[in-house]
Design a protein around this ligand. Structure first.
Ligand code: SF4
Ligand code: SF4
Length: 105
């Protein structure tokens, strides 16, 4: 089984509100505790993102920041194909990357 392919662009950590707003409905159905975001995010940028675009709490990052774990839980709970969930997540990544490119033009 393939794992989620993250390009480490860091856009999800710079657009926290957009991520929370655009998560597939199934993600919210796995429970509010799981989809809670515990850090502040001024102008969308997570306080835990370093200047070199790294998560400073990576090993203990919130569940919602772990695409792999989220996809596994959603797939198990709703008997879905994990790849289809990855595709929904990727769609969010693409939107964020596009938004960022347009902003920087
Ligand atoms: S936006 Fe997507 S590809 Fe970029 S760091 Fe986040 S999960 Fe990875
Ligand atoms: S906790 Fe880490 S992975 Fe999650 S948004 Fe913040 S910097 Fe990104």
């Amino acid at each position: 089984m393939k794992s989620f392919e993250c390009s480490s662009c860091g856009e999800c950590c710079k657009h926290v509100e957009d991520v929370l707003k655009n998560l597939p409905e199934t993600a919210y159905l796995i429970g509010i505790e799981n989809t809670k975001f515990p850090f502040t995010h001024k102008n969308g940028i997570c306080e835990k993102l370093s200047i070199d675009n790294r998560c400073t709490v990576y090993d203990s990052r919130p569940f919602i920041c772990n695409a792999e774990k989220m996809a596994t839980l959603i797939a198990e709970k709703f008997n879905l194909n994990k790849e289809s969930i990855y595709m929904q997540f990727k769609e969010i990544c693409n939107q964020l990357q596009h938004k960022s490119k347009s902003k920087n033009k």
